[in-house]
Write a new protein. Sequence first.
Length: 411
Amino acid sequence: MPTSMGPADPILEKDRPAKLRDDRDARQSRPTPSSGLRLLAVCFMSFTNALSDTAPSALIPTLEKQYDTTSALLYLLFVANALGFITGAIFLEGITECLGRARTFALGQLLAVAGYLPIAFVAPFPIFMLSFFVTGFGLSLSLALGNVFCGSLRDGTPALGAMHGTYGLGACVGPLLAVSFASTEWPRYYVLMIGLTVVGGVIGPCAFWDYEEDATVPADDDAEPKHDLQGMFTDESTQIVMRGAFFMFAYRVVEVSISTSAMSKPIGSSTLLFWLGVAVARWLLSTTSRRLDERKLVYVVVVGAAASQILVWLVPGMDGNTAALTTGLLLGPVYPCAAAVFMRSIGSQEQVGGMGVISAFGSSGGAAAPFTAGLLAQLVGPVVAHPIAVTLLGVMVSCWYGLPKKPKRIE
């Protein structure tokens, strides 16, 4: 069965009769009447994830007054959030095997609501900080499963572009909403988040309720159960997952560091333009990726983004809004293209656990970036974001270069 997955297709067609797991992947990749609803559900949850991720940075000045503390201490909430994402990755495989996709989506959204409630009620500071850990844990489940679902579709890269393009749209809206609520009653922002997450907790499980039935094939009797994070991966898959985790961690640190540094300017100018560029690039990717080589595209846009950051760093008087929009357009395609390549490179039985680790490290980088970039910006100034971004873009290129060029096959 040829698909639009590029070089993987001849291997898939040749090996399919001997591999039940490949039959499962092929079935999952076929369009079904419920595929569109599932894609809409993961896009909606991705939008709410972006609202959750981008609001705290905009609310830091308000939270300083609310809790009578320093911004340096408040930045620890991003560390708590990052730890939540990583912890979620550790338990994702076991939770999914036990509950299935639909109930795992429901659990993720329920945990996010449990995290938002103390924030909305202005809980004491220790509980307030713990809430961000719980929220990160919950959101990591829905993010990883959304990536796995989109990547397993026949047109995986366009679906990932749509999912993460919706995230970019939410990242445009989140800071604007947060600032508007901060001028009146900031806890109401998290009341809104509770409402939106409850909606996601309904449509997500409903859309994925029969997911396992759609993908059911006879079990592989020779497959050994895997009960821990290390046991989920073969040696080759472990290498791919670790490279993917470092790649996504570096990418999200770059992305959030640039947007955070832009927040020193008025909200709605550089920050908005950066995330708008990210969203537009990802939505364009969802319609044009069939004609693109994702591997080469990632090299081109990463090098282009590094050049853009060097220009902003070294050329005085360069227009910040233009640079933010350009960098956003360049960085936008990286996440969906990289996620599609990682999905095709990891064995079919290891995709949930592998993408869980990769997604969690990416999100933890995005959560930790405001902590490191914010503290450094206080000491050095917003310009510190540019050398950080250039260095980490170099790390991304080195991680990308070492990836195998053919999909991993499981015998």
